[in-house]
Design a protein around this ligand. Structure first.
Ligand SMILES: Cc1cc2nc3c(=O)[nH]c(=O)nc-3n(C[C@H](O)[C@H](O)[C@H](O)COP(=O)(O)OP(=O)(O)OC[C@H]3O[C@@H](n4cnc5c(N)ncnc54)[C@H](O)[C@@H]3O)c2cc1C
Length: 394
């Protein structure tokens, strides 16, 4: 029997985890096309590295299930493959009564989703655990951890190659017709295509007539490095549960740096990491009904303006950090990396807040792999390949 050929577009953590799963199930040969010269140039190499415990996910969603399963699988994977990670726990702090009710909601959501060890702690215990953090109460989630996200991507990619998968770099897919994907250099035939193109997943889906009502709107997540801050766990503000983004928080990375961020600023270009403007993409985004409907919401505009000010003025960013760690001064803080979230928005202007996969015929499209996509990655790959085997043809 002829070996089936799978073509994965995008060599980030999602494309790589799916390739691994296809190879582990021995479904056929896998080629991954990656437009960059090396691994981790986009979200998978530019994130906070947090292995989320699952407290921010709504019970019953795909994200809630995959975050929990993924978090367990990922830790096990890191132990087996020697990927550096650190169990440090998560604290979400409340500054007032309204935020205390957010903690209560998170406790309920997390417990329902199956997150273990969650408990509310008072100001005294918060001070003992994190003397520089401010709050009248906190939610402690002991299963939060941080990982070397680029190291993780390399480990998964190494395994893909050991299983016989093949990465081709500097190959940007520009057109797909029938059973062939064209890059600027050559044409690749496939039996089944998996679109894991992150910030360009809508464009790739549209090439095949899929996901037509959806558009990726890019949100830049900027970070500041904070020196001489002795925090040990991750410290979060109480989130606004209406949005898929968490507010600026503090994370001690595996290399010991403390990062504050990420923000969620509307980006004028899908890969505008340095705040540059990509005119063509900005023009297309502004003309889209998805953005026009999104900015029609007053609440969204408030969020957008707040994040624009964090992006433009260091003093605003510092004030944001001071909400959870009042002792931090501007002298301790300097600009660090940025990542861009690929946020799918539907034709009614609603941000899609769950993972989204569409399989039809000879293609499977990962339309929304938002945070905690890295945490969920290995479990998400199992879900995607099950979905592909049930709904796709190859
Ligand atoms: C700022 C930020 C912080 C985050 N923090 C966390 C966190 O702490 N924990 C967590 O679990 N998750 C986090 N996430 C989410 C997580 O990083 C993503 O869910 C995950 O990395 C998505 O992986 P991906 O493979 O879909 O995307 P990517 O890593 O972007 O990979 C997609 C790849 O496709 C390639 N590509 C695109 N178009 C084409 C084309 N036409 N042809 C060929 N190749 C193409 C790109 O070059 C890219 O390498 C964060 C995300 C961001 C942006």
């Amino acid at each position: 029997m002829k070996t089936k050929s799978f073509l994965v577009i995008g060599g980030g953590i999602i494309g790589s985890a799916i390739a691994r799963e296809i190879l582990l199930r021995r479904l056929g040969a896998v080629t991954l096309l990656e437009k960059e010269k090396s691994f981790g140039q986009h979200a998978s190499g530019r994130n906070s590295g947090v292995i989320h415990s699952g407290i921010n996910q709504r019970p019953g969603t795909l994200k809630a299930r995959l975050c929990l399963e993924g978090s367990r699988q990922l830790r096990q994977y890191c132990r087996e493959k020697g990927v550096v990670f650190k169990e440090c726990g998560t604290l979400v702090v409340a500054q007032n009564e309204a935020e205390k009710s957010v903690l209560q909601a998170l406790l309920q959501m997390g417990t329902e989703a199956g997150v273990s060890g969650l408990r509310l702690i008072d100001q005294t215990e918060l001070k003992e655990r994190e003397p520089s953090a401010l709050g009248i109460q906190a939610l402690l989630s002991p299963t939060g951890a941080v990982v070397d996200s680029l190291g993780l991507l390399h480990a998964v990619a190494r395994e893909v190659e050991q299983l016989g998968g093949h990465y081709v770099f500097s190959e940007k897919v520009i057109d797909i017709r029938g059973q062939e994907a064209a890059t600027e250099n050559k044409t690749y035939a496939f039996d089944h295509l998996i679109n894991a193109a992150g910030l360009y997943s809508d464009k790739v889906a549209h090439m095949m007539g899929a996901g037509l009502g959806y558009r990726i709107i890019p949100f830049r997540g900027e970070y500041m490095a904070v020196k001489d801050l002795p925090i040990q766990s991750m410290v979060y503000q109480a989130p606004d549960l209406r949005y898929p983004f968490l507010s600026v928080h503090l994370t001690r990375e595996v290399d010991g740096r403390v990062l504050a961020g990420p923000t969620a600023a509307l980006a004028l270009g899908r890969e505008s990491y340095q705040k540059e403007i990509h005119w063509q993409e900005t023009w297309e985004m502004c003309r889209s009904k998805q953005l026009r409907k999104l900015i029609g919401s007053r609440e969204f505009m408030k969020l957008a303006m707040h994040n624009a000010s964090l992006s433009l003025w260091k003093s605003s960013f510092v004030r944001e950090i001071q909400k959870i760690c009042p002792s931090v001064t501007a002298n301790q803080v300097s600009a660090a990396q940025a990542g861009i979230r690929a946020q799918m928005v539907d034709e009614n202007g609603r941000m899609v807040n769950d993972m989204m996969v569409e399989s039809a015929g000879n293609a499977t499209h990962i339309l929304n792999a938002v945070s905690p996509g890295m945490t969920a990655g290995l479990a998400f790959a199992v879900h995607v390949v099950d979905h592909m085997q049930t709904h796709g043809s190859f």
